[in-house]
Design a protein around this ligand. Sequence first.
Ligand code: ZN
Length: 499
Amino acid sequence: MEIPIDGGDSISESEGGDLDEDGFPWVSFSDEEAIDRTVGDDSERESFASEFYRSGTEWSCLIDSKEKKLVQADLFRMWGFKRPSQVQEGSSSRVSSKKMRRSDGGDRSIGPAKKGSVGGNNRPRICPFYKKIPGTSFTVDAFRYGRIDGCLAYFLTHFHGDHYGGLNKGWSHGPIYCTPLTARLVKMCLSVNPQYICPLELNVEYIIEGIKVTMLEANHCPGAALIHFGLHDGQSYLHTGDFRACKQMQSYPILLNKRIDVLYLDTTYCNPKYKFPLREEVVNFVVKIARNSLENRPKTLIVVGAYSIGKEHVYLSISQELGVPIYTNASRRRILQSFGWHELSGKLSSDGHSTPLHVLPLPHLRHENLKQYLRTQGQSFTSVLAFRPTGWTFSESIGSQLDRIRPNSNGNVVIYGVPYSEHSSFTELREFVQFLKPKKIIPTVNVGNAAHRDQMQSYFRQWKLDAARKEGAHFYHPGPKFVTDRGLNGKIQNGSRKE
Ligand SMILES: [Zn+2]
C-alpha cells in the first residue's frame, strides 16, 4: 500500500548527490536558505557566513583547541576508508549471505542480496561518511544511495521519511536492521521484501558481522532507536538517530559508566535558543485548552496535526482526559494499530461525526484547509480548535511559559502552535553529552553548512570544558592536550592525558 508519508521533521541533507570538501552533502543555495530559516535568524546567518571560510575541519573531535587540526582526509584515513568517490549504480559488489545472532542465542539467516537500483531516482548519490560506522561494514539511515560498496548491514533508526528515504519494494541491497515496530511499518507501508527485514528487540545485545549491536529506546517516535555498536577492538559507538534525550537514558546499563568513543548526534535543535518545555507540560497545556474550549463551545472540533508517525501522545492524552475517541483516516488507523498499543487502538474511531477529536496531517493545518474540512462535517461542529505540535513553533519570547502562547485565529478556526518536540532541546543535548562524555561527536542534522558545523563544534567544546570544571578543577588541565576519558567507575580519570 502506498500511503502519503511526509518527510519526517528535520532537514538533514540536500536532495543532490554531491558531497562538499568535508564529505558532507553539498547544500544548494535554496537548501541553505531553508536551513537558515530553521536554525538562525538573519544576524546569526551573517556571523555564520563570516566564519564560513575560516572554519576548520576538526568539527568532529572533542580535543583541545591547541591540538593539531585533523583535516578531513586524515579522518578518512584514520577510520580506514577512502575519501568518497562517485558510486557506480549497479556496481558489481554483492552483499553476501550472512548470519546474525543474539548474543544470548537465537539465529537468523539473511538471504543473499540481488543486484538492483534504488527506486525512483537514477542519479547516483554518494553516501556521506557520517552514515558509515568506522571499523564495521555497517551504514545507518543510508538507503537513498543504492548499493553501498562494502556495506553488509543497513541499519534504520526509525520510520521517518528523511531516514528511510530510498527504501521501497524493490530493495535488494542487503539486510535492514531495525526495531520490530519499525520493521512492521517497513513491511506494511513500503512493501519491502520481508526477506531483508531483520527486527532487533530493544535492550538485547546481538552479534552482527562479529559486532555487538544493541537497540535502545530513543524517546522520539514509536519504534525509534538509539543504536550502540561494540567493536572487536573495544571501540564503542552510539548513533542516536533522531532522539529526545531524557534522564531515563542515563540509567541505560550499556551507557552507564561506559566509554563512548564516537557519538553520532541528532543536532536538530543544537542552538541555545531552543529551550522548549517538557512534553508532559505541553500535553497538559493542550488538554487544558481543549477542555475549556469544549466546555464553552460544545460543538468545537479539535484537530491535532501529526506526521505519519509521532505526536501520538498529544491526541491520546486529549482522548483519555476528555473521554472521547480519536478519528483519523484508514491509512493512519492501520499504522497506529500496527504499533500494538492496546490503549491507543481501543480509542480509534472510523466515524468522524462520533467524536470531536480528529487527527490530520500536520501540513494540512492551515486556516483555509480547516474551514473547508469543517464544511465537510455537516452540522456536527461549528468551529475548529487546532494544535500544531512541533519544536519549530518554539518562540524564545514564550520559553516555558505556555500560557503566553497566543493562537492564530481566523473566523471560526483557531490554531495553536505548541512546542511539543520529539527532538532534544539544546539543554537536553548538553546534559546528555556531558553524561556520556564521548571522545568525539559527529553531528548528523543541519550538517550541510560548514558554518553550522563549526558552530556546533564550538558548543561541544564548551560543554566538555564546563563538564570538566564541574567534575573538579583538578581534572581540568589547560595543558597541551586533554582527552576526556572514563575508567570503570565512570569518573573522569585524572591523568588520562594522551600525548
Ligand atoms: Zn524522526
